[in-house]
Design a protein around this ligand. Structure first.
Ligand code: IPE
Ligand code: IPE
Ligand code: MG
Length: 274
């Protein structure tokens, strides 16, 4: 089993897993992986500033962390990965920084499209995509269309995403359906709301990872995180590597999820609520 995993995670790398990675892999139970992992990719600016570099070099360096994380999650068999790339509040930043972020997105999509296809990953942007600049929308359309039949893993790319506007959009569409006579307001329940979110049809995240030492949600997946396990690290996103992901997964498997019940001691953490 361990040998298999080591072989799987060697994929594309000249060097195999480090000793620490091998030891984490040995502790990992592949039958109890989270079905859905969400990541707030934070700390790019501070990473760059610490090195006397412009903030934008931090964003550029963060792309490598994303590449490695996406590949590892797919190889391990995680079904859904949601990464927070640009929030509805990030427009407050200087115009130059926003422009670089949009350009990096386009560059990432063009550079990674073959790898996403080779790894059978479907790209699913979440957020108010219609408000992004035209070149970003065009690259997203290309990547969505090229990957639409892929089935190994869904990569939700949160762009111009905010948990609150997601709920606003869901409420608007529910009200429209009700006004059109297609939905009885008395029948609205939690499932109705979940199925009007950008993540409709997907399981809620089991594990949320936030690098960079901040302990907040920053308007991410407000509805979906209701019973998610949180894993925070002071490592900045550009330094986030496979070993950190494995640490988070091993830690996740030590947790006892109770979902408000009392099943203390009966069952350790697993990706599915049952
Ligand atoms: C995360 O890194 C990337 C985006 C929010 C787009 P930051 O740019 O927020 O980096 P810090 O938090 O300032 O270090
Ligand atoms: C969250 O990081 C958004 C993304 C990583 C895209 P921020 O840097 O925007 O969050 P705050 O402002 O520190 O809460
Ligand atoms: Mg930040």
């Amino acid at each position: 089993m361990l040998k298999n995993l080591v072989r799987v995670l060697r994929g594309g790398r000249k060097k195999g897993p480090s000793l620490e990675e091998e030891s984490l892999l040995a502790q990992l139970d592949l039958t109890r992986l989270p079905r859905h992992v969400a990541i707030i990719m934070d700390g790019n600016g501070r990473w760059a500033q610490k090195r006397g570099l412009p903030r934008t070099s931090g964003h550029r360096a963060g792309v490598e962390s994303l590449r490695e994380t996406v590949r590892t999650c797919a190889e391990l068999g995680i079904g859904y990965l949601t990464v927070y790339a640009f929030s509805t509040e990030n427009w407050k930043r200087p115009r130059d920084e926003v422009d670089v972020l949009m350009d990096l997105l386009v560059e990432y999509l063009h550079r990674e499209i073959e790898e996403l296809c080779a790894n059978n990953i479907r790209l699913h942007p979440i957020g108010r995509i219609q408000e992004l600049p035209p070149h970003a929308r065009k690259a997203l359309e290309m990547a969505v269309s090229r990957t639409r039949n892929n089935q190994r893993m869904v990569l939700n790319l949160a762009l111009n995403y905010g948990g609150r506007v997601e709920l606003v959009d869901a409420v608007r569409s529910i009200v429209k359906e009700a006004l059109a006579g297609n939905l009885d307001p008395e029948q609205i329940n939690e499932f109705t709301i979940s199925s009007h979110l950008y993540t409709a049809g997907q399981p809620d995240p089991d594990l949320l990872i936030r690098p960079s030492g901040d302990y907040r949600v920053s308007n991410f997946l407000l509805w979906q995180l209701s019973y998610t396990e949180f894993w925070m690290t002071s490592v900045m996103w550009p330094d986030f590597r496979r070993v950190h992901l494995l640490q988070a997964l091993v830690d996740f498997q030590q947790r006892e999820r109770r979902f408000g019940g009392l099943n203390r001691g009966e069952k350790k953490c697993s990706g599915t609520e049952s």
